[in-house]
Structure formats: structure tokens, C-alpha cells
Design a protein around this ligand. Structure first.
Ligand code: GLC
Length: 721
């Protein structure tokens, strides 16, 4: 009999339900339940075998002490595992996911995940509640910052890269951590972009848009999945038996652990589908949820549910087996302290390596949105730079949301990065206003600082806590009186004929058309992480070329939301000069910036598009090649996107669908041919019956630098069965 069966045969019901219970310590508060109260009883519960895993406790000594209670003082000595929200780094923060995704560099995504795992796994963390894979098309929703942006193909690539990076090739390795694909599924389309609101979308959209990234995570071997807080057309995901048991476990063959979100089982009562914790626990267990995070519904509800015959011990044992199997895969039975090594002898080298990667990731994620003239990169020998705005000297804000173990200290601000790059005497720093206050008294001195400047740099945007969980915004403008500051500076700069560069820090696109109009250049930095200042200085000085492309359509107006490029055409697609076509009276249909938009310091031209074979079958692979030339003055990294459009099908298809992308670095004047490979099966889609269909007929393949048909090259291929 194996270890797990032997253990199971000896476990009491309390001990079994303990393995299905994850309790919160209070080193981080990530939910509404009062964690400190739970934390006080934690040691007692661990000794009593009434808890099987812990979240929000980290640090090798703290974890070692808690683990010792389980291993040495509980009756069966079953080790705990420890989970934490390491979303974009542990102590060394990489750019927030929405930023990093914009680098369109899966190798980078995997590298930063690997480094985060190596750093956290020395300090007791066995599980990351990451990657967050929720496709988001409504930037009012704060969690847009945590995920892959608007596109499911990007979500699939992110899922694979992050699961491989976090878990490595052997989950028992001391520097591997269990990944949790979250939040399954369709959390992004919360009604009106309001956090935790209900979700009611078509099965087709769930299948085409919100499931692919989770299927990719399962295919990559993700250890666990976390259902979303939300309901899907009235069925809470935490109790969604058809999708958890039917699709995830049976259809995809997922054999890992399903861990609820924070108190989500208890919240089935608030959803109105459970009268009490007994019914809530019953619904969740029957749906296939193995671990109850924080709600204590399993511990207190399942004993009664068992007595009433609402659930049976076989269902409980199946869940316990999956939890124990995960602990075995993590190597915790062989060495419960394997991730409590603390900083090793190579800590200094490891830190230097991580910081260097964070710097490169920051530079690669910056999106040069506008660049009128040639103000960037800043010319050498700059005499005076006026650095203005509340986010110029704001190292802590550069962390964004989900900061894990990264304290406010040690984060490189824009001010620090520029002082090191240009020299402290070149920089004249004036905050002007606070991030969200109403005091405008500092604007005048900020405006004054333009007088003697060669270039003016505005650092504007949101606080890190204005995006992430529980951070929806109904308006997407600059907080506080930053707009007043910016307008005053822009006006004076125009009068002085001095260039203004603006950097926007945010967890979502901000609706500031007036800034894009008036500034000489605008960069979307999102939240670049621990090396923000250095990465930004590298791009501003030309040491690095801006490589980011926006992974989400950038709205011109909140009224356009949800706005995304992969729209179905409808029966009256927009046509100019025809009132009776799809449009607004007051705002253009197109976004401020299309998905994939981002300028470089080069100038990229595409030509000579070829595709083979012209006629293809399901098992063929299409090769689409295009000539890429950099006719600009400086080296650049370009991202070439491949889209598809099935003009005539049994189901109306989106006007564009991203299928692949490639990146290329080109020197000034350089040219090369880029080949994008696309398995023809990727052109299948859910037919009218929602079964995948490879439908004969013509499909247009389009290659471009962003989701804008006006600047694409296209070719038609024929699908044949
Ligand atoms: C939070 C989030 C989830 C996180 C969990 C544990 O409420 O929804 O993403 O992993 O609780 O902190």
C-alpha cells in the first residue's frame, strides 16, 4: 500500500477535513475575513491536524516553526504546504503582469517566473497563487493589471510560460513551487467592470475567450486551479460542477488540486445558493473543490453534510488523496523543510541576477505610445531635465499591486534611475501635486522649473493600490489634480517651446486623450517593479529600445468599454457617411491605441508576404513569412503579429483573431525575413453546437504591427478537409 493510502487508512474525519482546510496567517491580508483572529488559533489547529495548508505566512524561520508543529506535534505528522500570492515576484518585483505581457516575450515571462520561484522557495513558499489568467476587456476592472490583457492566444502563451517557470521540471526540487491557475473562469467580464459583480456571458465567449488559458495551464501540468469568486450566469464558479468536474477534470483530465478562493465557499451563502455552511460545503465538494481557503466551511459543514448523506466519505477521501498527492509531488513528505533553506551562499549573486533581469523586463515592458518629433531618446549632454509629478520619486508605487514580500524600500524610483543615468545635478525634481490630493499650491513651482529645463518629464498616474483586487474604477482619468498640473506644465512648455515627455504609471489604460495630443511623447510604464527607475532611464537614454506593445485596446472614452479588437462584425458594420451602421454619435469606434500598439526608436516596414501551403488540411502547418525592414535611425525590437479572419463561416467570426507573433531585433537600416508558423488546426473554432470545427473555405491571414487592418499585409489560404 502506498504512503497516501496508508495515511488515509489511519486518518480520522477531523484529520481528513484538516487536509481540506487552508487557514490564513496574518503576514499579508488578502481578503475580507479578519485574518488575525484565524492566525491566533492557527498553531492550535495545526497541532490538532485540523489544518493542512497555510497562506500568507513566509520567511524560512516562521515557516520552519509552523511546519515543525505539524510534523512533530500533530498525531500523524503530515506536513503543511504554504501558499502566497507571488504574482510578479517575491522580494524582487518584476513588472506587473499586464506590463510584462506587453513585452510579448514568453522566454522573459518564464525567466521571471523561474527567478521568483527560486527566490521565494528559499523562504518557505511551496505554492504561488499564480498565474492569474483572466482575459480582461474592461479596464474599469482593477484586476486587469494582474492578467494577460484582452487576448486568449496571449493568455495561452502566458499560462505555459508561467507554469513552466514556477514549477520547473520537478515539483519536488527545492526551488520549484506549485502554480495555481486562477481564477477559473470568466472573472474578467464582471458586470460594468465592477469588482466581484455577477458575470453573464455566452457559452461561446466562455469557450473561445476565457477557457483557452486554463486549458494551456493544464496542458503545461499546472498543480492546482482556483475557481473565481464570481458566478457565471447564476452558477458560482466555486459550485460549478459542469465546468469544474465536467470540463476541467473529465474533459481536460486535470488531476491536480482545486483550491477555493479566499472564503469563496462561505460566500456561496451570499450568492444565495446555500442556506448555511453545510449546504455551501456540500455544493463545493460535489463540484470538485478540494481545499477550502479560510471559510472553515469544510471543517464545520462537512461533518453534518456527511451525517445527512448530502456527501459521502468517498468524495472526501478523493479530495484528501489529491491534496496528499500534491504534498508528495512537492517532496514535503521526504523533507518538510526543503523550502526553508533561507538565503544561501549565492544570495548576493542571485540577487544581482534577479535585479538585472528585473531591469531588462522593465525596459522591455515600457510602451512608447506617442512620439511626435524626435525628443527620444534624450540627447547626450542634457544640461537640465525638469522632473515633475507625484510618481517621479515614488519607489514604493513602482511595485504596483500584489507586492508579496517586497517592502517599500529598495525599489528604484524614476528620480533615482535618472540621477544615476544623467547625473544628480541635471535633474530638477518638483512633485507639483500629490498623487490623489486636492492641493494645487505646488503647481506653480513645478511650472517654474520648466524655465531652465531642456526637457520636461511628467510622471503621472495611479497609486499601486488603485488597481489589483477590490480596485475597480468607474472613471479612467488621472487621480487627484494631476491633470491640472499636467495642463499647466504643458502650457508653459509650449510657450517656452520645450519638449514634454510624459510617463503614465497605472494598472490599466488611462483615458487622457488631451495628454496624447499635447505631449511630445507618452510612455505607458504600467508598474515596472523593483528596477523601474533603471529600466525607464535605459529607455529614455536610448540604452534600450522601448519594446512594449499594449496587450489591451486602449479606450478613447470609458463609454466605449468593453472595447477589444476581436469583435464580430454584426450586420451593419461601421461604414463612414452611413448613419445606419454601427457607431456612436460622439466618439469614433476605434480605440485611442489598438491592441499591439507600441512605437520603437526604429521605423518598421513589412513587405513581400508569403504563405505556404496555399491550400491546407487540418494537420498541416502554415508558414507565413514577411520581409521586415528597419528604415529608422536606431536599432529596434519589432513584434510581428499574425491574425486570421474567417470571412464566411457557419458562425460569425471575429474580424481579427491573433494566432501567433514573432519578435525581431533589427539594426538601423537592417532587414530580415520573419517566419511565423501556424498549425492549421488553430483555425478551428467552436461550431454552432460548440464542438470544435475545422471548416473548409477561405481564411484571410494578416500580418501587422498591431491589430489595425489599415496597416497590415494579407493573404488568403484555402482550408480543405
Ligand atoms: C484573494 C484573491 C486571490 C488570492 C487569494 C489568496 O482574494 O482573489 O487571487 O490568490 O485571495 O490571497
Amino acid at each position: 500500500m502506498g504512503r497516501i493510502e496508508a495515511l488515509l487508512s489511519r486518518m480520522t474525519l477531523t484529520e481528513k477535513l484538516g487536509q481540506l482546510t487552508m487557514s490564513a496567517a496574518d503576514q499579508a491580508v488578502t481578503g475580507p475575513v479578519v485574518a488575525p483572529v484565524i492566525a491566533q488559533g492557527l498553531a492550535r489547529d495545526v497541532r490538532g491536524g485540523a489544518v493542512g495548508s497555510v497562506l500568507n505566512l513566509y520567511g524560512s524561520e516562521r515557516v520552519r516553526a509552523m511546519q515543525r508543529l505539524a510534523v512533530e506535534e500533530s498525531r500523524l505528522g503530515i506536513p503543511l504546504f504554504f501558499g502566497l500570492d507571488v504574482i510578479h515576484g517575491y522580494r524582487t518585483l518584476f513588472p506587473v503582469p499586464l506590463a510584462e505581457v506587453g513585452a510579448f516575450d514568453p522566454e522573459l515571462w518564464e525567466q521571471t517566473a523561474r527567478e521568483a520561484a527560486r527566490e521565494a522557495a528559499r523562504e518557505g513558499v511551496d505554492m504561488f497563487f499564480a498565474p492569474m489568467l483572466d482575459v480582461a476587456r474592461d479596464p474599469r476592472w482593477g484586476r486587469t493589471v494582474e492578467g494577460p490583457g484582452e487576448d486568449p492566444t496571449v493568455g495561452r502563451a502566458l499560462a505555459g510560460a508561467k507554469v513552466r517557470g514556477f514549477q520547473g521540471t520537478d515539483l519536488a526540487a527545492p526551488d520549484a513551487v506549485a502554480a495555481v491557475a486562477k481564477h477559473f473562469c470568466a472573472y474578467g467580464p464582471v458586470q460594468a467592470g465592477r469588482e466581484y459583480a455577477s458575470v453573464d456571458i455566452s457559452e461561446r465567449t466562455v469557450l473561445e475567450v476565457h477557457m483557452p488559458s486554463f486549458a494551456a495551464a493544464v496542458e503545461a501540468g499546472v498543480a492546482a486551479v482556483m475557481p473565481a469568486f464570481t458566478d457565471l450566469a447564476g452558477i458560482p464558479m466555486t459550485a460549478h460542477r459542469p465546468l469544474l468536474c465536467g470540463w476541467l477534470r473529465e474533459r481536460l483530465g486535470f488531476q491536480g488540486v482545486i483550491v477555493s478562493d479566499y472564503n469563496a465557499i462561505g460566500e456561496l451563502m451570499a450568492h444565495g445558493v446555500a442556506a448555511d455552511r453545510i449546504e455551501a460545503a456540500t455544493l463545493a465538494l460535489q463540484a470538485g473543490v478540494d481545499i477550502d481557503m479560510v471559510a472553515d466551511a469544510y471543517r464545520h459543514g462537512l461533518p453534518v453534510a456527511l451525517e445527512r448523506g448530502l456527501v459521502n466519505e468517498t468524495q472526501v477521501d478523493a479530495a484528501v488523496r489529491r491534496v496528499l498527492a500534491l504534498k508528495e509531488r512537492l517532496g514535503l513528505f521526504d523533507d518538510p523543510y526543503r523550502r526553508c533553506q533561507g538565503p544561501g551562499p549565492e544570495a548576493a549573486d542571485a540577487l544581482a541576477r534577479r535585479r538585472s533581469l528585473a531591469r531588462r523586463a522593465a525596459a522591455s515592458s515600457l510602451v512608447l505610445l506617442t512620439h511626435h518629433g524626435a525628443v527620444l531618446p534624450l540627447r547626450p549632454g542634457l544640461r537640465r531635465l525638469a522632473l515633475i509629478g507625484p510618481l517621479a520619486d515614488a519607489g514604493a508605487e513602482m511595485r504596483g499591486s500584489w507586492v508579496a514580500a517586497a517592502t517599500e524600500h529598495g525599489q528604484i524610483s524614476v528620480l533615482e534611475g535618472l540621477r544615476q543615468a544623467l547625473g544628480a545635478d541635471v535633474i530638477a525634481h518638483t512633485p507639483g501635486v500629490t498623487l490623489s490630493g486636492a492641493d494645487t499650491s505646488g503647481i506653480e513651482s513645478a511650472v517654474q522649473s520648466c524655465e531652465t529645463a531642456d526637457v520636461i518629464l511628467l510622471c503621472l498616474g495611479e497609486a499601486g493600490t488603485m488597481s489589483g483586487e477590490a480596485a475597480s474604477r468607474a472613471g479612467l482619468d488621472l487621480p487627484g489634480c494631476q491633470r491640472e498640473l499636467a495642463l499647466a506644465v504643458l502650457e508653459r512648455a509650449a510657450a517656452l517651446d520645450k519638449p514634454v515627455v510624459a510617463i503614465l504609471f497605472s494598472g490599466r489604460p488611462l483615458v487622457v486623450p488631451w495628454l496624447f495630443e499635447a505631449a511630445d511623447a507618452v510612455i505607458a510604464a504600467w508598474f515596472p517593479g523593483s528596477e523601474a527607475g533603471h529600466g525607464i532611464a535605459d529607455v529614455l537614454t536610448g540604452r534600450a529600445s522601448p519594446g512594449g506593445r499594449t496587450p489591451i485596446s486602449w479606450p478613447r472614452s470609458v463609454g466605449q468599454i468593453p472595447i477589444f479588437y476581436a469583435q464580430r462584425p454584426g450586420g451593419r458594420p461601421f461604414a463612414p457617411n452611413n448613419r445606419y451602421t454601427s457607431q456612436y454619435l460622439d466618439v469614433p469606434n476605434d480605440p485611442q491605441f489598438q491592441f499591439g500598439h507600441g512605437l520603437s526608436y526604429g521605423r518598421c516596414e513589412l513587405g513581400n508576404l508569403r504563405v505556404t501551403p496555399q491550400r491546407c488540411h487540418l494537420h498541416d502547418t502554415l508558414e507565413v513569412s514577411v520581409e521586415v525592414r528597419n528604415t529608422g535611425p536606431r536599432a529596434a525590437r519589432e513584434t510581428i503579429f499574425l491574425f486570421a479572419h474567417d470571412r464566411l463561416a457557419s458562425v460569425a467570426r471575429p474580424v481579427l483573431e491573433l494566432k501567433a507573433w514573432e519578435q525581431i531585433d533589427l539594426q538601423a537600416g537592417g532587414q530580415s525575413r520573419v517566419t511565423l508558423r501556424l498549425p492549421a488546426r488553430e483555425l478551428s473554432f467552436p461550431g454552432a453546437d460548440l464542438q470544435m470545427l475545422f471548416e473548409p473555405g477561405e481564411v484571410e491571414l494578416l500580418v501587422g504591427l498591431q491589430a489595425d487592418r489599415a496597416c497590415m499585409r494579407s493573404v488568403v489560404v484555402n482550408l480543405t478537409c
